[in-house]
Ligand binder design. Structure first.
Ligand code: ADP
Ligand code: MG
Ligand code: ZN
Length: 443
């Protein structure tokens, strides 16, 4: 055992790293030579990547920028549980409390190991002079930007105040920076590096997007006779083979729809034809939503037809298929939504039932939104949304390995798909289907 693994146990009670990637990120950050960018999915233990290295530096404090007071509270509670002193400075505190924190940080030997602040707080003069002081006396171990996708206009929760953090990077060149996010697209990653002005070369630690247990394909709705029947066969086939599983581990499937009406129509039609299905959408009363989610999670009802509002916090491992009825909004969303399949590592299927009129409907909506945009910011965001949508359409209308498309989108080397998508399994068949689809869509 070296000092890093020792500290891992001593401070956080873990015997092992959660993944090889987590370990490599920790060691790179602990070396402190480069700025580090970490992109790993939610729940993979990104916090530890900076918390452990920070604990290796005695008498120093890590400054952590985090977007929400609720997130800050969670992290502080977590650290406090391990008897690590974590503090915050924010507008909700009493003056007395704030003074206490500031006094400790300005002392010769601060007890505080982590200081959590929002980017808005970072812009205040109190914080700026505190940081100046801490850096001057070499008391800062790291400056950390958590949920770093917030600096990106490609990110869904863009926050202008995050952009200003780049000025701090410029000002304090001696302190290493760490940026962490679960969002993995190339655009977002590039925005993070540029907007935060991270010092090149940045060391990057990123979970590869390729999941080899997921089979991806596309079925063109206008090329099949009975769309509902086709969908039902697909779902039934995916669900089979769990006769001996405990109810909670029973196979399940999700059909994502664009509209609330579609969720209800599809659930009804599937149920009528013999596959019991429930609808889930944002228009339902919250009690009903909870009940549907529970029936699905407990294995009572295997099939759910939902809008994309279904998914946050869904941690069922035995999802055997995710179908998209029509198409998805963009590749990032599609990767995330379809990625709810096969979390247990066993084979699972991800399919888009592509539909030309759905494509046109989304196209129209996005263009309308763009026409209504007033500020420059809004316009830019709409334009980005439209560009993302076009990539999604291209995904559906190009004969190219599906996993390779993802890898390119996430800026990675193409993975060895070997038949884990329709294109690699039978390229000619996909080409034929696409041709037929396009001919019929034209006529
Ligand atoms: P993320 O920020 O990537 O979403 P978190 O940092 O919140 O993830 O960590 C998710 C969970 O993983 C936490 O409960 C954390 O305690 C746990 N965790 C982190 N590292 C390890 C490890 N090496 N061994 C076991 N659990 C870990
Ligand atoms: Mg996190
Ligand atoms: Zn492939």
């Amino acid at each position: 055992m070296d000092s890093v693994t020792e500290k891992l146990y001593e401070c956080f009670g873990h015997r092992k790293f959660k993944s090889e990637l987590q370990e490599r990120a920790v060691r790179a950050i602990a070396r402190g030579v480069h700025d580090v960018f970490v992109s790993m999915p939610t729940g993979s233990g990104k916090s530890l990547c900076f918390q452990l290295p920070a604990m290796l530096q005695d008498n120093k404090v890590a400054i952590v920028f985090s977007p929400l007071l609720a997130l800050i509270k969670d992290q502080m509670d977590h650290l406090t549980k391990f008897k690590i002193v974590a503090e915050s400075i924010n507008s909700k505190m009493t003056t007395k409390d704030r003074e206490r924190v500031l006094n400790d940080l300005r002392s010769m030997k601060p007890n505080t190991r982590f200081l959590y602040v929002t980017p808005e707080q970072a812009a205040t003069s109190t914080f700026k002079s505190l940081l100046e002081h801490l850096v001057k006396y070499k008391k800062v171990s790291y400056i950390v930007v958590d949920e770093a996708h917030c600096v990106s206009e490609w990110g869904h929760d863009f926050r202008p105040d995050y952009l200003k953090l780049g000025e701090l990077r410029e000002k304090y060149k001696s302190v290493p920076w760490v940026a962490l996010t679960a969002t993995a697209s190339v655009e977002v990653a590039n925005d993070i590096l540029t907007n935060l002005r991270l010092l090149q070369p940045v060391a990057k630690y990123k979970t590869p997007s390729f999941r080899k247990n997921l089979y991806y394909d596309i079925v063109y709705q206008n090329c099949i006779q009975d769309e509902i029947g086709h969908l039902m066969e697909f779902l039934k086939k995916s669900l089979s083979g769990d006769e001996n599983a405990k109810s909670k581990d029973k196979n399940a499937v999700i059909v994502y729809c664009r509209t609330r009406d579609q969720t209800e129509e599809l659930a009804n039609m599937l149920t009528k034809r013999g596959l019991k299905s429930l609808a889930y959408n944002g228009g339902m009363k919250s009690a009903d939503r909870i009940s549907v989610q529970e029936q699905w999670s407990s294995g009572e009802c295997a099939c759910i037809c939902a809008t994309v509002s279904f998914g946050m916090g869904v941690d069922k491992a035995s999802v055997r298929a995710v179908a998209h009825w029509g198409l998805a909004q963009n590749v990032a969303a599609y990767y995330q939504e379809s990625g709810r399949a096969g979390r247990d590592g066993k084979p699972a299927f991800c399919r888009i039932y592509y539909c030309h009129s759905e494509r046109n409907a989304v196209d129209f909506l996005l263009k309308t939104e763009m026409g209504r945009a007033k500020s420059e910011d809004q316009k830019k965001r709409c334009k980005n949304n439209y560009k993302s949508f076009e990539i999604m359409v291209k995904y559906c209308e190009t004969v190219k390995c599906r996993h390779k498309t993802f890898a390119e989108f996430f800026g990675e080397e193409p993975p060895k798909c070997v038949g884990r998508c329709d294109v690699c399994a039978d390229e000619r068949a996909v080409r034929r289907a696409l041709d037929q689809h396009q001919r019929r869509a034209m006529s």
